[in-house]
Design a protein around this ligand. Structure first.
Ligand code: G6P
Length: 608
């Protein structure tokens, strides 16, 4: 999704801007651009290609003050004219992440006032608004503050003026933005990873902050306009660029990293003899003792992790749990309960809807909050009282894989610790679960060994238009996740159903052209599932079954079996996810899609 990088320095900032953009590429974008101030003029370069193309086009461009952007289209198609930065009268340049909701009204007013719009974006109104205030003799800071006061919506912005080479103004409301503090140089970015080559000293801006960056100093003003101090932190993120190594795509690499990612996430627990609430933070024990229910809020794949956790939390910890899609919850009138623990799950920790859902929950009086997140310094982690970091490492592929399975591991830990707190776990059960968790990475490794067989199976999907995924109970969310993976990267329309629902509608779709993929763990629902599979077979549907050992489901005409190495009890959803990830990956290879950057999708969705 959109990324921002800006710099003011004593040296040419173009290479810094380009490297920053390159480091944000994985988030997904469709065009990119930069603007620098040079000898009282703005130099603008934009491109609809990759950052590498922008880099070629910028060969002659230089300046000591500049802003840059990767765009993910919301208002207006991906094109050079819609790419950022946007200029007003060749004088003001703006980059923007977020969405301006009242842009139509502002656009009409500005057009009536003589401003000419050259793009279809909402961002261009910001450039003209700043210009209108700047032209009245205000400083760039005051002009930007005045413009922001007229905006409704979400933004992180960077602003520069052709005749002011000494200043970069930036601001945030609803979209992430941080400052990088260097020696006689300052930076701004939407994601810390963009700045790691130049500084680790960062200041995370708060809602409504407006900042004036000079070379030697900076001033931060809060939402009320008061000058404030914000803490400078040293980022702990690794600066190592993520290499593909022996793999063809990041998604394939990340699928294979799962044993290690799980081992890392579970490390502290697996090395100890007992489960303690402290892994969630100092206040966890007191919080867990005070709660009577759980509310999980998340989007996309993270939401699927929450759906699995609901089964665990209710079955093992005996605690009521509801799971909601963040974008729904944030606008729904719901009944708050101060004894609910609100759990937000997010790979990036920056997803706009999940952040807004958390704020909504807090505004409703929910004080107990926990983030399960893969990015230690992200907004969600900072905004929650408790946290558990998944240690999957950077996830680059847009389709989430290792983040999902590590989220499941983290949620299983939450389940066990709540079960223990609530007296639902005997010492013997605790030891048994710890044993199973220690074994989990090697169990996942064994499932990965199915890769060649799954690659072969995928050939049968290359010409399919639709696919149906079935699961039951704990594995219904895994069917959902399998369908999501397939549609995200192979563009095959895929739906998931709890197998018992089949006869209430989707069975009408089943014929010889509809592949039906079923997750078949050896659990209490196995016999029920087998009957559902018969219903499919009887209608001529082609079945692909991922079956645990001893399920006694046999290959036959129209029934393809992938034998899972073992049954992992409650941890089974983690194992059953792996072959579905591999299936989606190999089907996408068959279809020749851009696996790591599927069309129209973004890694971090920082707009609503
Ligand atoms: C995007 C990504 C998905 C991800 C979802 C939620 O749609 O493409 O892979 O599951 O956002 O992201 P989060 O970072 O909050 O887990």
């Amino acid at each position: 999704m959109c990324g921002i990088v800006g710099a003011i320095a004593q040296r040419n900032v173009v290479p810094i801007l380009l490297e920053g953009l390159q480091r944000l590429e994985y988030r997904g974008y469709d065009s990119a651009g930069l603007a620098v101030v040079n000898s009282g003029q703005l130099q603008l370069v934009r491109s609809t290609g990759r950052v590498a193309e922008l880099s070629e086009k910028s060969a002659e461009t230089q300046g000591q003050l500049g802003i840059a952007h990767t765009r993910w289209a919301t208002h207006g198609v991906p094109s050079e004219r819609n790419a950022h930065p946007h200029l007003s009268n060749d004088h003001i340049a703006v980059v923007h992440n977020g969405i301006i909701e009242n842009y139509e009204e502002l656009r009409s007013r500005l057009t009536a006032g003589g401003y000419v719009f050259t793009s279809d974006t909402d961002t261009e109104v910001i450039a003209h608004l700043v210009h209108s205030h700047y032209a009245r003799g205000n400083s760039l800071l005051v002009a930007t503050q005045a413009a922001l006061a007229e905006l409704v919506g979400a933004y992180a912005i960077g602003v520069i003026a052709a005749d002011d080479p000494e200043r970069l103004i930036c601001a945030r409301r609803g979209s992430p933005l941080l400052l990088g503090v260097g020696i006689e140089e300052h930076f701004v970015a939407s994601d810390v990873s963009a700045l790691l080559p130049v500084t680790r000293q960062v200041v995370y801006l708060e809602e409504g902050d407006v900042v004036e960056l000079l070379r030697r100093s900076y001033r931060i003003f809060d939402a009320s306009g008061k000058q404030v101090e914000r803490t400078v932190q040293t980022s702990e993120l690794s600066n190592e660029s993520v290499e593909l190594g022996q793999y063809r795509h990041y998604m394939q690499k990340e699928i294979h990293e799962q044993p290690q990612a799980l081992a890392n996430t579970l490390e502290s627990v697996c090395n100890s003899q007992s489960l303690v609430p402290g892994i969630f933070g100092a206040e966890a024990a007191a919080t867990f003792a005070d709660i009577d229910s759980i509310l999980i809020l998340a989007c996309g794949t993270s939401h699927h992790a929450g759906l699995v956790a609901r089964y665990w939390l209710e079955a093992i910890a005996g605690i009521r749990c509801s799971v909601e899609i963040a974008s729904e919850y944030r606008y729904r009138a719901s009944v708050p309960n101060p004894k609910t623990l609100v759990v937000v799950i997010s790979q990036s920790g920056e997803t706009a809807d999940t952040q807004a859902a958390l704020s909504h929950a807090k505004a409703q009086g929910h004080g107990h909050t926990l983030a399960i997140c893969n990015v230690p310094e992200s907004a969600l982690v900072r905004l929650c009282k408790l946290r558990l970091l998944t240690r999957a490492g950077p996830e680059i592929g847009v389709a989430s894989t290792k983040a999902f399975t590590t989220q499941l591991a983290a949620l299983f830990l939450l389940t066990l610790i709540l079960a223990k707190t609530r007296g639902h776990l005997t010492g013997q059960q605790e030891q048994q679960y710890l044993h199973e968790l220690r074994h989990l990475p090697s169990a996942v490794q064994k499932v990965l060994d199915l890769e060649p067989q799954i690659a072969k199976l995928a050939e049968r999907f290359a010409n399919k238009q639709h696919a149906l995924f079935l699961g039951r109970g704990l594995h219904y969310p895994i069917a959902l996740e399998g369908a999501l993976k397939l549609k995200e990267i192979s563009y095959i329309h895929a739906e998931a159903y709890p197998a018992g629902e089949l006869k209430h509608g989707p069975l009408a779709l089943v014929d010889k052209d509809m592949p039906v993929i079923s997750v078949a763990p050896n659990d209490a629902l196995l016999e029920k599932l087998k009957s559902n599979l018969q219903e499919v077979r009887a209608r001529g549907g082609e079945l692909y079954v991922f079956a645990d050992a001893d399920t006694h489901i046999h290959a036959a005409d129209g029934i393809h079996i992938m034998q899972m190495p073992e049954h992992a009890g409650y941890l089974s959803p983690i194992l059953h996810t792996i072959p579905l990830q591999l299936l989606a990956y190999y089907v996408a290879l068959q279809k020749g899609t851009d696996v790591d950057k599927p069309r129209n999708l973004a890694k971090s969705v920082t707009v609503e």
